[in-house]
Design a protein around this ligand. Structure first.
Ligand code: 13P
Length: 255
């Protein structure tokens, strides 16, 4: 059993990002997760961010103890934007939060910090919590630019009126996503400390309370170690969130 030594006053959040995975069959995993959480409730908030097609189907299951989130939103409320989804639509479908600025969207859709910031504002406008992602590439890490990159992303992607309630930061080193590689505990601590300092400078007391999640190859086998790092207030989990067994295995770090 892990003891969370760091920042005990911030309740952790473990959020599963299903990415472009899951059809109706996958709803069974949410049911299994609800059963596991019902048996033994971790001391962390739990969230699943399924593809938009599953959001209202998941909400219809009234998942007790499991909040729902979207994976991206458009900056506008409505309009001629084929294929896009607004933050208001996600809220209407049952979401409480939305991931914005994930590195896959920054890369695949050329999303700039400015575009991400507009999405954070859209999430706030709709009453959703924005889970805003930052992270360096391997090239940037090797060049010693990690802190500079994540601090610039944080500055450029967050509006000034963020609170601990409506904003969560996720540090996801791009090279750790889906690779099985993770930074060392010291590397995670260095980045999370730098992000905390930047949040304090920008948002004062609210910055002290904001959650900073770690994401990138989090698994049941490394969750205890990663979640015990100071200023790590939970996890954003990709691959290992697709089965209730693995996601609950990660949540055990908070049992
Ligand atoms: P993996 O957990 O599959 O590495 O993905 C992390 C991620 O990108 C979560 O948003």
């Amino acid at each position: 059993m892990a003891t969370q030594k760091s920042t005990p006053k911030i309740k952790a959040l473990v959020a599963g990002n299903w990415k472009m995975n899951g059809t109706g069959k996958q709803l069974a995993e949410l049911r299994k997760l609800m059963t596991a959480v019902g048996r033994r409730k971790p001391k962390a908030d739990i969230m699943i961010c399924p593809p938009a097609t599953l959001l209202s189907r998941m909400a219809a299951l009234k998942p007790k103890g499991v909040a729902l989130g979207g994976q991206d939103c458009h900056a506008n409320i409505a309009g001629a934007h084929t294929g896009d989804i607004s933050a208001e639509m996600l809220k209407d479908a049952g979401a409480r939060a939305v991931i914005v600025g994930h590195s896959e969207r920054r890369a695949d859709h050329d999303e700039s910090d400015k575009a991400v910031r507009a999405k954070v504002e859209a999430a706030h406008r709709a009453g959703l919590t924005a889970i805003m992602c930052v992270g360096e590439s391997l090239k940037q890490r090797k060049a010693g630019e990690t802190l500079k990159i994540v601090q610039a992303q944080l500055r450029g992607s967050l509006p000034i009126d963020c609170s601990a309630k409506n904003t969560v930061i996720a540090y996801e080193p791009v090279w750790a996503i889906g690779s099985g590689l993770t930074p060392t505990v010291a590397q995670v601590e260095e980045v999370h400390n730098a992000l905390r300092k930047a949040l304090l400078r920008r948002f004062g007391d609210e910055g002290a309370k904001m959650r900073i999640l770690y994401g990138g190859s989090v698994k049941p086998t490394n969750a205890d170690e990663l979640m015990a790092v100071p200023n790590v207030n939970g996890a954003l989990v990709g691959g290992a969130s697709l089965t209730a067994k693995d996601l609950y295995g990660i949540l055990k770090a908070y049992c």
